[in-house]
Design a protein around this ligand. Structure first.
Ligand code: FES
Length: 105
């Protein structure tokens, strides 16, 4: 599936992700900037925080427990905030658009 990352400055990155990989891993392998993911995907740092394009919100499983708690530490949490290390890529995510925050701090 192809994922589209849009940096805060508008730069777009098209990344092809593997099913079962996390959205954070796909971005990291493709060297998309802005997702330092300090904890390596353990849902313990919130520096893989990004915004899911509104139209996609309903199509993804909701953030639960640990992810939702950790999102409170993210920079400017919004309705559509997610931790990308907790989003597992599926075929249904082809075309998913992720907006990167201005900062991770
Ligand atoms: Fe640390 Fe996602 S990489 S919470």
């Amino acid at each position: 599936p192809t994922l589209i990352f849009i940096e805060h400055n508008g730069t777009q990155h098209q990344v092809s992700g593997a099913i079962g990989q996390s959205v954070m891993q796909a971005a990291t392998f493709a060297s998309v900037p802005g997702l330092p993911a300090d904890c390596g995907g353990a849902c313990a740092c919130a520096t893989c925080h990004a915004y899911v394009e509104e139209a996609w919100m309903q199509r993804l499983p909701a953030a639960e427990g640990m992810e939702s708690d950790m999102l409170d530490y993210a920079f400017e949490r919004r309705e559509n905030s997610r931790l990308t290390c907790q989003l597992v890529i599926s075929e249904a995510m082809d075309g998913l658009v992720i907006h990167l925050p201005e900062s991770q701090f």
